[in-house]
Design a protein around this ligand. Structure first.
Ligand SMILES: [Cu+2]
Length: 229
């Protein structure tokens, strides 16, 4: 039931062309809370040309270890935020349109072909590409209150948790991922339009992308934990 409901919420259409990235959101050295806007749109200036510039911030999102990054979706489509190794990021049009890793992650989220084995994760997040321990990890137990408040129709039983991006492999393999819906009534499904991730990963530079629009790529720099707040 839960899997069916989440699939209904996040059923998506994928349309891809090449986009560009630009900076947005706030980042300074070692903040514990960071807010990031996902921006961009489809553009159809004349017959024969369709462009899309959905993008994450161009500059690295800097956050203290254990800090939280909240992504706000300002676009008319849903997105995933998936940590992967740099080598997994598409760099050519062919890789954008033939992305098995994207298909794998999307499939687990129930995008473009139904849920994978076990159905979508209860907390709308993946741990190292798998539907696993949303509830098992103590550091992933906090409700994502902002995401819950932003959703119009959360399915019963969905425990929307802060997405724990802990990736012990430090970017050397498929990492953690989460999903964010759009508020656009013509393309959204009532799911959360903002999502918060907790960067519990060790300090370092992490690469992520959207598996629905693989040209949307970005980096998160986790820096040393700061005392106080
Ligand atoms: Cu996307």
């Amino acid at each position: 039931m839960r899997a069916r409901a989440l699939t209904a919420i996040f059923g998506l259409v994928v349309l891809a062309t090449v986009g560009v990235a630009s900076a947005s959101g706030a980042a300074s050295e070692g903040p514990h809370t960071v807010s990031v806007n996902i921006l961009g749109a489809d553009h159809f200036p004349h017959p024969g040309l369709l462009t899309n510039d959905f993008h994450f911030p161009e500059d690295a999102i800097v956050v203290a270890r254990g800090g939280r990054i909240t992504f706000h979706n300002k676009t008319n489509d849903a997105h995933t935020i998936a940590l992967v190794a740099k080598a997994d990021l598409p760099t050519t049009p062919a890789q954008l349109f033939n992305c098995p890793l994207c298909d794998t992650i999307n499939g687990v989220f129930g995008i473009g072909g139904g849920p994978g084995p076990g159905g979508p994760p209860a907390g709308a997040q993946l741990d190292n590409g798998k539907v696993t321990d949303d509830h098992a990890q103590a550091d992933a137990d906090a409700p994502d209150t902002g995401a819950i408040a932003s959703a119009k129709h959360l399915p019963p039983g969905l425990s929307l948790l802060i997405a724990d991006f802990d990736t012990p492999s430090h970017g050397s393999t498929v990492g953690d991922a989460t999903l964010i819906d759009t508020a656009d009534p013509t393309n959204g499904h009532g799911g959360p339009t903002q999502r918060t991730i907790s960067m519990t990963a060790v300090p370092g530079l992490y690469h992520f992308y959207c598996t629905i629009h693989p040209w949307m790529q970005g980096t998160i720099r986790v820096v040393g934990e700061r005392g106080g707040d």
